[in-house]
Design a protein around this ligand. Structure first.
Ligand SMILES: NC(=O)c1ccc[n+]([C@@H]2O[C@H](COP(=O)([O-])OP(=O)(O)OC[C@H]3O[C@@H](n4cnc5c(N)ncnc54)[C@H](OP(=O)(O)O)[C@@H]3O)[C@@H](O)[C@H]2O)c1
Length: 285
């Protein structure tokens, strides 16, 4: 199968109007083993070269090691890349979030993050985190901020806080096998023109081994991974961030944007992976 990129990547817009490719690059398992760092850096560099210029990382990944891998991949072209990092909930206090962000900036060898996320909700009051994020924004150390793993009630609470409405996104688990957010959270975010970031868009690989997906992909003359990504790319306000350290997979993921997705394939996917029929608590890893 020819996996060279053929179509432009669709773009998603943040509430401030800035746009990014709707297909980015994840880094969760990167930076954990130094012997793998060169391969990981090369995979990220390739993805950036192919136009997947949004890179998602976190202080948690590899205890900062993933941010160091990202630093190598974005060196000399920082301005072309949209860098997302995340703060641990226990570091999300009024002062601790500022120092955690400064540590991330040092590891990433940059002077600002394009987006800074609260990784998940912890015990620190949300208002404190919002204050810290707003101070980081005023100082130019982050350009926008958001959250991750927030269910609709958490989002409502956040957005009711002073400056809480400045939240740019909510990064959540979303793929063919986990469609719960379509019931309430996604429509709620759409109502606020807030794009969603879909993490684990390949179900961490497990989705790709499902016989039903393999059968539909075969019929559509594509691969399970490309079909799973193309399905997410049908929504202009969902940013998928697959992770891969394999150059062939990176090329294939980029090429997913160019595969056709017709109504009958969507209908088959809906039958095999039904949308939610009621509210369920937000699934998370
Ligand atoms: N906010 C949060 O709480 C949260 C939680 C989880 C993840 N995330 C973010 O989302 C990113 C993506 O999620 P994820 O890493 O959990 O899982 P994922 O992207 O759904 O799956 C990654 C796995 O799929 C494989 N893969 C990638 N492309 C493939 C292809 N074309 N064909 C076959 N296999 C392929 C990768 O292996 P190879 O390396 O061999 O390609 C890897 O094992 C993370 O890296 C992280 O940045 C955020």
């Amino acid at each position: 199968m020819d996996s060279a990129p053929k179509a432009d990547l669709p773009r998603a817009a943040w509430p401030d109007g800035t746009t990014v490719p709707a297909l980015g690059l994840g880094t969760w398992k990167m930076g954990e083993v130094s012997a793998r760092a060169a391969r990981e850096t090369a995979a990220l560099s390739l993805g950036i070269d192919l136009g997947m210029t949004l890179v998602d990382t976190a202080e948690m990944y590899g205890d900062g090691g993933a941010e160091e891998v990202v630093a190598r991949a974005i060196a000399a072209r920082r301005d072309r890349v949209f860098v997302v990092s995340k703060v641990y909930p226990h570091n999300a206090g009024r002062k601790s979030a500022v120092t955690a962000c400064e540590r991330s900036l040092r590891r990433l060898r940059t002077d600002r993050l394009d987006l800074y996320l609260l990784h998940w909700r912890g015990r620190i009051p949300l208002g404190e985190t919002v204050d810290a994020f707003e101070r980081l924004r005023a100082a130019g150390k982050i350009l926008r901020w958001g959250v991750s793993n927030f269910d609709t009630a958490d989002m409502r609470e956040l957005c009711a806080l002073p400056d809480g409405g400045h939240c740019a996104t909510n990064q959540v688990l979303y793929h063919l096998g986990e469609r719960g957010i379509e019931w309430e959270l996604l429509p709620w975010m759409r109502g606020r023109r807030m794009p969603a970031m879909a993490y684990s868009p390949l179900g961490q690989g497990a989705l790709l081994r499902m016989p039903r997906l393999a059968a539909i992909a075969r019929q559509a003359r594509t691969t399970p991974a490309q079909l799973a990504l193309r399905w997410l790319l049908r929504c202009p306000d969902v940013i998928a961030i697959p992770e891969s350290a394999d150059p062939d997979h990176v090329r294939a993921n980029r090429a997913a944007a160019g595969i056709p997705l017709d109504r009958s394939t969507i209908a088959e996917l809906d039958a095999a992976f039904p949308p939610p029929s009621g509210r369920t608590p937000l699934a998370m890893l």
